[in-house]
Each structure stands twice: as C-alpha cells, then as structure tokens.
Design a protein around this ligand. Structure first.
Ligand code: NAI
Ligand code: MG
Length: 355
C-alpha cells in the first residue's frame, strides 16, 4: 500500500520537526509493506505575508484530492490582530470536516514517577460554544454578553463513535505490544448535565447510545461530571483510558492533561474526520528556539504514528510508539526541554535506530 502524505511545516520549528516526521515514514521496516509519497504544501503566517492568505486554495485542493493524510507543523500567530489573517489549522479543520481532535498523553516506563499515564482525550471539534454566536446587549444595569452553546445529536454521536473506535484500537495496540495493563478498554464521557440538562444532557445521552452499539460491547463506559473529571484527572491520571468531551471541556482537559507529562515537545495530536487525518504536534512555532537545531521532534514523531493509526496502519504505529518509548527510557539522547543535550537530529537518529 502506498499512502500519499501532505507535508505542511508552517512556521518556526515546524520546519525542523516535520522533516523528522517524514524521515520516520521513509524509514519504516520494509516488512510492513508500506510506502509513502509526499507533497510539500504551504500554510502559515509567512505564507500569509508572501501571498495574502494563510491557507492557499492549492493546499486545500491537494489535501482533498490527492492525499490520504497529512502532517502539520505549527504556525505563528501575530500577537496583535492583523487584517485578513486567520489561523490555517482552524480553517483546515472546517474545510476537511476534521470533527475530532485527538490528544494522547502518555508517560513511559522510565519517566512515570510511579504513575504510568496512558490516556487520550477525544474532543469534539465543530460545535459547542465554539460556534462563536455571541452578542452584547445594553441594559439599564450595564452590558450583558451571551453566547450560544450548541450541541447536536449528529456531532455528539460521531465523536462518541470515534472515541469507542479509538478505545478498541488502543487495546489492540496494547495487546500487540504485549504491554496491556488493562483488562478492557474504557471510555469516560465528560459533561455537566446535572446543570445543563438539555445541551450536555443531549451529549451524554447520545454518547451513551453511540457506545451501546454491539461493536463496543467490550468497552467499559463510564461518565464524569467535568469538574470532578479535572480533580480525578490530576489525582489519578493512571485510571483513565479514553475521555470523550464536548469542545470546550475537551479543549481545557487536553491542555491540562498535557501538563501531566512535562514538555510540550512530547505531546502529539491528530485532527480526524471520516477517511482523513492530520497529525499535528501540540506545541507552537517556538520562536525562542527556532534555528538552534534543538527542538524536540518527539511530539511530531508521535503525531506521525497517530496519523497512521487513523489510516488503519496499527502495526506501523505500534512500532513508532515503541521506538519513541525506547528513546525516552534510555534517556541517552534527549533535547534540552527534557533536560538533555541532544540535537533534533540526534534524537531522530536514535529513534530511527530503534525503529
Ligand atoms: P510554543 O508551543 O511555541 O512554545 C512554548 C514553550 O515551549 C517555548 O519555550 C518553546 O521553546 C517550548 N517548546 C515548544 N515546542 C517545543 C519543542 N518541540 N521542543 C522544545 N521546546 C519546545 O508556544 P508559544 O511560545 O506560546 O507560541 C509561539 C508561537 O506559536 C505563537 O505565534 C503562537 O501563536 C503559535 N502557536 C501555534 C500553535 C499551533 O500551530 N497549533 C499552538 C500554540 C502556539
Ligand atoms: Mg487549547
């Protein structure tokens, strides 16, 4: 099988880590019978300054018509509002209907402080308060601002279904790697339906219904009110497997969860739709370390694996995760954000060797 992958480095260290991601794909063991072709695509603030748009139509067209998946580095956003500029990744999620934002957070054996964390947050990516329907009303007592929180059955169903599928696929990967510490996969539904009985109530009910499908019969389904979810996530992160949440709660939980494992340079994500996935490290363009050759490539390498999972290549993904874990556990080649002295290139070579 040959997969065509769009490469969108974007700005700053995106240009240092995306080539590392490409090398990983090119170096997968031949036994996997997996080949790749690549197409370089433009997006980002520099593209905006050059061409007047941060996301050229050509980039979207090629992704839609030619590619199986993509890797996105990072983009710089101007600190003051610039007319005509808007974030290309937000636009891409809309244009390609990438309705799920998936963020795994994991420690390795050598780096767990006795609490091995291996969880993933599956965030709905299209609605909730992020429909941005706000208004401000003048009243005799001063201004009142309000925003629409929109929850649909359609979006709640598909995000919960993909959460269930991720739970099954993670169990398969754990089983294949022989590292299973769980008897069965688990999905935790996060909501606040005790207060918002209609909106979050609909999310909760729909998630329950989606996860009651026969194919998810091996999945243990539980739920948490979002505030107690935060408490438990920080007290007992090792308990969780897959957490599914509406957009706003998912946004907050996923940044919070990333803090559980130290460096931003370790945390991957994927933007996922039906039949398409974009792997994206969680960090930004890191102007403070740009050009020094010391950006941590691990978030990107893990994003490569995550993208492959959604393209159905579980074995390839498992091999990459194992190589990364090996690098982290050996702690011989770590970038400065991890307390080491290695360069991007040295970390990449070490992971490649293990692969
Ligand atoms: P940032 O994630 O770029 O950097 C935060 C800190 O983490 C910096 O000290 C940086 O050196 C470090 N860091 C990040 N990734 C690293 C890596 N791979 N290896 C080693 N150290 C790493 O966030 P910041 O500084 O708030 O934003 C910088 C620019 O990035 C801004 O223009 C911002 O808008 C943009 N940004 C873009 C994102 C995206 O494209 N998805 C996400 C977050 C920020
Ligand atoms: Mg966020």
């Amino acid at each position: 099988r040959t997969l065509r992958i769009g490469l969108i480095p974007g700005d700053g260290i995106g240009r240092e880590v995306i080539p590392a991601g490409r090398r990983i794909l090119e170096s997968l063991p031949a036994s996997l019978n997996l080949k790749f072709s690549f197409v370089d695509l433009e997006a980002g603030y520099e593209t905006f300054q050059k061409t007047g748009t941060a996301l050229p139509d050509k980039t979207v067209d090629i992704l839609k018509n030619e590619c199986d998946g993509a890797l996105f580095g990072a983009v710089s956003s101007p600190s003051t509002k610039v007319a005509g500029y808007s974030s290309p990744i937000v636009a891409l999620r809309k244009k390609l209907d990438l309705y799920a934002n998936v963020r795994p957070v994991k420690t390795t054996a050598g780096n767990s402080n006795g609490k091995p964390i291996d969880l993933v947050i599956v965030r709905e990516n299209t609605e909730d308060l992020y429909v941005k329907e706000e208004r401000t009303i003048d009243t005799p007592n001063g201004k009142v601002a309000e925003a629409i929180k929109r929850i649909s059955e359609h979006a709640s169903f598909r995000i919960s279904k993909i959460a269930g599928e991720i739970a099954l696929s993670r169990q398969n990967i754990r089983d294949a790697a022989g590292t299973s510490t769980r008897n069965q996969p688990m999905v935790t539904i996060t909501h606040k339906s005790n207060v918002l009985s209609q909106t979050d109530g609909l999310f909760r009910e729909t998630a329950r219904r989606a996860l009651a499908a026969e194919k998810f019969s091996s999945v243990f389904v539980e739920e948490q009110i979002v505030d107690s979810m935060v408490y438990k996530l920080f007290r007992q992160p090792e308990f969780y497997d897959v957490i599914v949440a509406p957009n706003l709660y998912g946004d907050i939980l996923s940044d919070g969860a990333a803090a559980l494992v130290g460096s931003l340079g370790l945390v991957p994500s994927a933007n996922v739709g039906d039949g398409f996935a974009i792997g994206e490290p969680c960090h930004g363009s890191a102007p403070d370390i740009e050009g020094k050759g010391i950006s941590n490539p691990i978030a990107t390498i893990r994003s490569v694996a995550l993208m492959l999972e959604f393209l159905g290549e579980m074995n390839a993904a498992a091999k990459i995760y194992a190589a990364v874990d090996g690098n982290l556990d050996a702690a011989q080649f770590l970038t400065p954000d991890m307390g080491g002295k290695a360069t991007t290139q040295q970390v990449l070579e070490d992971v490649l060797k293990r692969l």
